[in-house]
Design a protein around this ligand. Structure first.
Ligand SMILES: [Zn+2]
Length: 212
């Protein structure tokens, strides 16, 4: 697609918004009050606003390869801090997706020796735990089921990382249980979202922080 096509589409989009709602852009100039922080994958098939049927101003979004929450990533830490302290967002969602190329590469151990390999090292822990569980159960699922299991485990792992962040724990001390942490997986084949982690599963960690 030529870039001029995208610019033309933008012009048409902006004109249509004004026809439907003359206040549309003026409202956004006034500020934002997004409902959630969504941490998703950079994959082009999982555009946050579209899959949740949301418009501009409704979601605060951070996306990276395989929706990773890394302790030493200044980028995601700044996003989370701004979401909690400035936007007062109360729900953070890690949203993975089926057929994730990043998770598949971590599973196949075909990461090579570049930045992608370094980045996805974290995800290989999810693969390791799934391998251990399957070995204990004596199961060997087909490739698609295996990838889905690791995608889900990767979401659990990243939610766990969120729960360990000093930023999140500081908020829990001041406002017990807030932000609430969620884990979802978007199914590319059906467009539906499966809930993997509910905020209640973090309750013990919240209580532990509250006790100091
Ligand atoms: Zn992905």
């Amino acid at each position: 697609m030529a870039l001029q096509d995208l610019l033309d589409q933008n012009k048409t989009w902006a004109e249509q918004r004004l026809v439907e709602d003359p206040e549309f852009f003026r409202r956004h100039v006034a500020g934002q009050k997004p409902r959630i922080l969504l941490i998703g994958c950079s994959d082009s098939r999982v555009p946050a606003e579209q899959i949740l049927a949301c418009g501009p101003g409704e979601l605060f979004v951070h996306r990276n390869v395989a929706n990773v929450v890394s302790y030493n990533d200044v980028n995601i830490s700044a996003v989370i801090q701004y979401a909690i302290e400035n936007l007062h967002i109360e729900d953070i969602v890690v949203c993975g997706h089926t057929q994730c190329g990043g998770v598949a590469a971590a599973c196949a151990q075909t990461l090579g020796d570049g930045y992608v390999a370094d980045w996805l090292l974290i995800t290989t822990w999810a693969k390791r735990w799934v391998d251990e569980r399957l070995a204990a159960e004596g199961r060997s699922p087909d490739r698609d089921e295996y990838l889905s299991l690791v995608v889900e485990e990767n979401v659990r792992l990243q939610v766990k990382h969120l729960s360990h962040l000093a930023l999140v724990r500081k908020s829990w001390r001041n406002h017990p249980g807030v932000p609430r942490l969620h884990g979802w997986v978007y199914d590319i084949a059906s467009g539906r979202i499966k809930v993997i982690v509910e905020p209640t599963s973090i309750k013990n960690e919240v209580d532990e922080v509250a006790k100091g």
